[in-house]
Design a protein around this ligand. Structure first.
Ligand code: ZN
Ligand code: ZN
Length: 189
């Protein structure tokens, strides 16, 4: 019995006996939803997957296809949540010679002692890798004020000058209105 099944965890199981007969085409809903592991993005619904599972002669298993879903991503600057489509192409291998410490994107361990393969842990990893690393609501989002928390996209608060980098403050006095410089400075941090 596969350990995931044993513990009642969600899993996508395919038997080695079935794989020995030829490639398996799998289409369905991935049992991932709440608490799936991503910090800045939540899955709005369990994602859909379509993929082919193929065992090679040397005993490794290759999975190719795609996963689509909807995520609610939180802007890292202004914290506004928005919904976006997630579409991740997957192409990874499970290999008996790879142990847990050697796992890398696209390469996962395969427990040869089991008569079933659970594809879900690797699929979850691949999905996490497919998420935007630094989600922003739009490229020029101005974020929140460090002092009062006001959304700078909606207006400028009075504490704005206090949070400005002092190196730029002196330039500002010289130049009079260095708005472009200020924006560049924020962008670079
Ligand atoms: Zn934003
Ligand atoms: Zn403020």
């Amino acid at each position: 019995m596969n350990p995931a099944m044993d513990k009642g965890l969600p899993a996508i199981l395919i038997t080695r006996a079935r794989l020995a007969e030829g490639a398996v085409d799998w289409t369905g809903t991935l049992p991932l939803h709440e608490d799936w592991g991503a910090g800045d993005a939540e899955l709005a619904d369990p994602p859909r997957g379509t993929f082919r599972v193929d065992e090679s002669r040397n005993g490794s298993i290759r999975v190719t296809g795609q996963v689509t879903g909807t995520v609610v991503a939180r802007c890292r600057r202004c914290l506004r949540a928005d919904t976006r489509d997630l579409q991740v192409a997957v192409d990874f291998r499970l290999e008996p010679s790879v142990d847990a410490w050697d796992e890398a994107p696209g390469l996962y361990t395969l427990d040869d002692q089991l008569d079933t393969v659970d594809l879900l842990p690797a699929l979850r990893e691949e999905l996490l890798l497919g998420l935007p690393e630094f989600p922003v609501c739009r490229p020029d989002c101005r974020g929140l004020c460090d002092v009062c928390g006001m959304d700078q996209n909606e207006g400028v608060c009075n504490c704005k000058t206090q949070t400005m980098d002092p190196r730029w403050e002196s330039l500002r006095q010289i130049a009079g209105s260095p708005k472009a410089d200020e924006d560049q400075n924020q962008e670079g941090q």
